[in-house]
Design a protein around this ligand. Structure first.
Ligand SMILES: NC(=O)c1ccc[n+]([C@@H]2O[C@H](COP(=O)([O-])OP(=O)(O)OC[C@H]3O[C@@H](n4cnc5c(N)ncnc54)[C@H](O)[C@@H]3O)[C@@H](O)[C@H]2O)c1
Length: 248
């Protein structure tokens, strides 16, 4: 394992489990200090402990501006700055379109899309200071690119919106040297998909040319590339990690 991120600080949302935990672990292994943000304090404490000294557990709801501001403050107090923001927290109800209530629509958009906006805005002054090392990676979804096989329309809309936010910020922050990219995972083996009915899992798997769900670590690898110096000239991009589910 390289130490290419030594001296850098990352802020990873939804880091208590699944893809977020895999990302936090991979960044810490490469030398970064990692603020791990989640609403589930019990799982978060366990997750941070699994990483050790380089991790800071921060309880916050990304859909609340106050929580996000405080989390960024705690992070910069502890590590002295912030170079890498990974917007990963997300929820994915499988609701049929006709059954989506206004409250559920608002909740999905508030976490998956507004949460990323709030984190980007609060992190911005620190990322600008970081300059050419500054990185934002948004964890979108193949569903935001192709409509999704079984997931709700609110989820699809939130992830398509996240891809749009990525492009908008990529243009805005290019002059500062800060890059902004997306990773678009296909179906990945985490608690999120483990909750799906078996028929849904089988239906999705049948559409994946590589014939399996991704491992969370495979999504983390893509994030590690995008935050590294090797990706300094990549911005506004969406990196597909989907086993061939969506080919463009
Ligand atoms: N698993 C998949 O198949 C898949 C596919 C494509 C995209 N994604 C995306 O990847 C991201 C991570 O997915 P996962 O499979 O690891 O999910 P997961 O459900 O296993 O983990 C999500 C984490 O986010 C946290 N979280 C939820 N709401 C939050 C909030 N308001 N504030 C802070 N934290 C919050 C949860 O507590 C949980 O720890 C999500 O954005 C998801 O949409 C997942």
């Amino acid at each position: 394992m390289t130490d290419e991120l030594t001296g850098r600080t990352a802020f990873v949302t939804g880091a208590a489990r699944g893809i977020g935990l895999a990302i936090a672990t991979a960044l810490a292994r490469r030398g970064a200090g990692v603020a791990m943000v989640d609403i589930d304090l019990t799982a978060l404490a366990r997750a941070a402990q699994s990483i050790g000294d380089r991790a800071l557990a921060v309880e916050a709801d990304v859909s609340r501006a106050g929580d996000v501001g405080r989390a960024i403050e705690l992070t910069t107090e502890r590590f002295g700055g912030l170079d890498i923001l990974v917007n990963n927290a997300g929820i994915c109800p499988l609701s049929d379109f006709a059954d989506i209530t206004e409250a559920e629509w608002d909740r999905v958009l508030a976490i998956n899309l507004k949460g990323a906006f709030l984190c980007c805005q609060a992190a911005l002054p620190h990322l600008r200071k970081s300059g050419r090392r500054g990185r934002i990676v948004n964890v979108a979804s193949v569903a935001g690119q192709m409509g999704g096989v079984s997931v709700g329309a609110h989820y699809v809309a939130s992830k398509a919106g996240l891809i749009g936010l990525t492009k908008s910020l990529a243009r805005l922050l290019a002059a500062d040297g800060v890059t902004v990219n997306c990773v678009a995972p296909g179906a990945t083996a985490t608690d999120l998909t483990a909750d799906w009915p078996e028929t849904t899992q089988a239906q999705v798997k049948a559409h994946i040319p590589l014939g399996r769900f991704a491992r969370a670590e495979e999504i983390a690898e893509a994030v590690c590339f995008l935050v590294s110096d090797r990706a300094a000239f990549v911005t506004g991009a969406t990196l597909d990690v989907n086993g061939g589910l969506y080919l463009r």
